[in-house]
Design a protein around this ligand. Structure first.
Ligand code: WT7
Length: 678
């Protein structure tokens, strides 16, 4: 562990030294003139003195069957219960309540990847019909009921939010697995959540190919069963309704083709379940320090209040906007800011099936032009890719963004400026939203109608969030001190996840124990939430995130556990030891690079290298693909036998390995350096 800390300390210090303050840029008056939130008094109203009551302002954005008895119940600290006793339904809030005024309005614009296929516009009325019918199918064909878990492994499609909202209508807890994840990763999540039903789609387009997605599910079902969780029913949506588009046929007795089965439910309506605010809405798995991904459990009332407020005040969505969050629904960004937040506001949300740069670098901007998108939301990795392959493309299309978001990883000021000047034509306001799978919604961001922007800086805590930066010993690092530390949040907030599914101890240990002094305390002040990120805060309170302090690599704005990758490598029998390090990558931000030593008597070979590389993609998915797999004669180790990841990281990044003479095997460092330099 101590080596790992060194890595962070070195790089943090480096960045802190090289970091220079950027200029403030004031939001364009045209934006401020129409913004949902422009009164700075919100920061006073949302001061800690008024905690937790200020959050009722967010809850008031929703429609409740019954109001809460208590805003925040701390009796099971730090498993907070928000809006205790309140009752609501997320599907009702995202659909039914809009019908009276907006039934004709587009809820979802689905953009297929092939450009010759027309965009589908699903109105709120149509969404209502389809969610009800599918909810009836889930209840009657699949036998699902309130509290059951269901795994969903689907591509970007209108059917994905329909599936999620149908689950929410019944009180079924959905666990959406990113469509690009492997069968193995999907199976792990089926097992952990005890899902007896899996929902998928037969095929989807990606990069010009119609992928046979159903084949992945057959494999996932097999692996899950071996791991102790049988999938009784696999529900398969058709990419082209009425036509089966996969080479893997339905398995009799297990698989149900949704579009056929739905015929039995045409016209059926399902009463939404009146859920308690604290009942779980969904699970979203994310990587942590140990190998096993954590199922972050998000509640109904708190989560929905929070993402609705963030969509309104930070995303600044209005009814007449066309809002495009170019993320995947299989990540938290998609849950909060493609599906739940925007739909709770009766917004029109865009879902794009494929690759942003397919068939060419102008694709994203053509979509923006065609749908007249005016709010655009994406990650630095996509911005870098669009800039690299088509720096002049945005100018060729006729669209106007008033608001743009960046999310998921630090953005270089250079890239930020291109985003603002070229994509936003200097007219759009930008929010750099810092948050996590666990946090449900934003932690830090400027309020676009109030605060100026600063390139590369996420901004202050959003109203209601009170960040604090601690050093290793729990001492506060004051804003403007020029020193980095661990960024924590002083107060609970409604969007925060409730626990790690089935593992309360892990929840408490990973997020609270480091800075909690009294584990028995029921006072929220004793339980700062630890994000696991290193950050510096300037004198104005703006936060600059430097990266993770734990064994997690942020690839393309998503977390991959180093242990996950290393254990995937160790599934290859020839492998003795594996160590993964992050390497800077032009587009992805970071990329994993793997070092492997082999068991005695095993000879290195290109085939073996490939076998290990394949094992990682098989176990986790392409997102974890390593830049290189180096078969090294031995790992650089301390005398006590610990692998020096810091040294490997320096070699991969062509940095200074420092003094290695104290290692048990200093000679191996030079050998590895030579190997990597070739
Ligand atoms: C980690 C969370 C937030 C949803 C998508 C990723 C990093 C996130 C920013 C930002 C700098 C950021 C942090 C965080 N991160 N947003 N605006 N600036 N870093 O969710 O996979 O749970 O990853 O992403 O390191 O802890 P996630």
């Amino acid at each position: 562990m101590s080596e790992q800390k060194n890595v962070v300390e070195t790089s943090e210090a480096e960045i802190a030294v090289h970091w220079q303050e950027e200029e403030y840029i004031t939001p364009p008056p045209a934006f401020v003139g129409q913004a949902n939130l422009t009164d700075p008094a919100i920061y006073d109203r949302f001061s800690l003195d008024n905690f937790p009551d200020y959050y009722t302002e967010f809850a008031q954005l929703l429609t409740w069957y019954k109001y809460w008895d208590e805003v925040l119940d701390t009796s099971d600290a730090p498993c907070w219960k928000w809006f205790k006793g309140g009752k609501l339904n997320a599907s009702f809030n995202c659909i039914d309540r809009h019908l009276a005024q907006h039934k004709n309005k587009t809820a979802i614009h689905f953009v297929p990847e092939p450009e010759e296929e027309r965009v589908q516009h699903v109105t709120y009325q149509e969404l209502y019909v389809r969610v009800n019918e599918f909810a009836a199918l889930l209840r009657d064909t699949a036998g699902l009921k309130r509290g059951d878990r269901v795994t969903i492994h689907m591509p970007m499609s209108a059917e994905l939010p329909i599936t999620m909202l149908a689950c929410a209508r019944l009180g079924v807890i959905h666990s959406v697995v990113f469509g690009g994840f492997s069968a193995n990763a999907c199976a792990d999540r089926i097992i952990d959540s005890n899902s007896r039903v899996l929902i998928t789609m037969d095929a989807y387009y990606r990069g010009g190919n119609l992928l046979n997605h159903k084949a992945v599910e057959d494999e996932a079902c097999t692996i899950a069963e071996e791991g102790g969780q049988k999938v009784d029913m696999l529900l398969v949506w058709q990419r082209y309704p009425g036509k089966y588009s996969s080479d893997s046929p339905p398995v009799p007795g297990r698989d149900v083709v949704v579009n056929e089965e739905l015929k039995n439910y045409f016209g059926v309506r399902v009463e939404p379940e009146k859920m308690l605010a604290e009942e779980p809405l969904f699970l979203m798995y994310t990587s942590g320090t140990t190998g096993k991904p954590k199922g972050c459990q998000h509640g109904t009332g708190g989560y929905l209040s929070y993402v609705t407020a963030m969509s309104k005040y930070i995303q600044d969505i209005h009814l007449e906007d066309v809002y495009w969050c170019m993320a995947d629904i299989g990540w938290i960004t998609g849950h909060s800011f493609i599906v739940y937040g925007p739909l709770a506001l009766a917004a029109s949300t865009v879902i794009y099936e494929g690759v942003p740069t397919y068939p060419d670098a102008g694709r994203s901007w053509r979509i923006a032009q065609q749908l007249d998108v005016n709010i655009f939301h994406t990650a630095p990795t996509a911005i870098r890719a669009l800039r690299k392959i088509g720096p002049d493309e945005p100018a060729k299309y006729n669209y106007t963004f008033k608001h743009m978001t960046t999310v998921g990883e630090p953005i270089e000021p250079e890239v930020w400026r291109w985003y603002r000047e070229v994509v936003g034509r200097g007219e759009a306001v930008i929010v750099d939203t810092y948050w996590q799978t666990e946090t449900g919604g934003f932690l830090c961001s400027t309020v676009p109608g109030i605060n100026p922007m600063k390139a590369g800086s996420a901004g202050p805590g959003v109203p209601g969030i009170h960040p604090i930066i601690f050093d290793e010993n729990g001492k506060v690092i004051e804003p403007g001190a020029g020193k980095a530390g661990n960024i924590c949040i002083q107060n609970p907030w409604p969007g925060c996840f409730q626990t790690v599914w089935g593992d309360r101890d892990r929840f408490v240990k990973s997020y609270f124990s480091m800075y909690n002094k009294n584990p028995d305390s029921k006072d929220w002040r004793d339980w700062p939430y630890m994000t696991g990120d290193a950050a510096v805060q300037s004198a104005d309170g703006y936060v600059r995130i430097l990266g993770r302090i734990d064994d997690v690599i942020n690839v393309s704005g998503h977390r991959l556990g180093t242990k996950e990758i290393e254990s995937a490598a160790l599934t290859v029998p020839e492998v003795a030891e594996a160590a993964v390090v992050p390497v800077a990558h032009e587009i992805k931000g970071k990329e994993p690079e793997l070092y492997v030593s082999l068991k005695p008597g095993i000879q290195p070979s290109p085939e073996l290298q490939q076998k290990i590389a394949d094992a990682i993609v098989f176990e986790i998915g392409k997102i974890a693909k390593c830049k290189n797999v180096w078969l090294v004669p031995d790992m650089p180790k301390t005398r006590s036998g610990k692998i020096m990841r810091r040294v490997l990281g320096a070699i991969s990044n062509k940095g200074d390995v420092g003094n290695v003479m104290t290692l048990a095997n200093p000679e191996v460092v030079e050998e590895i350096q030579k190997m990597v330099a070739e």
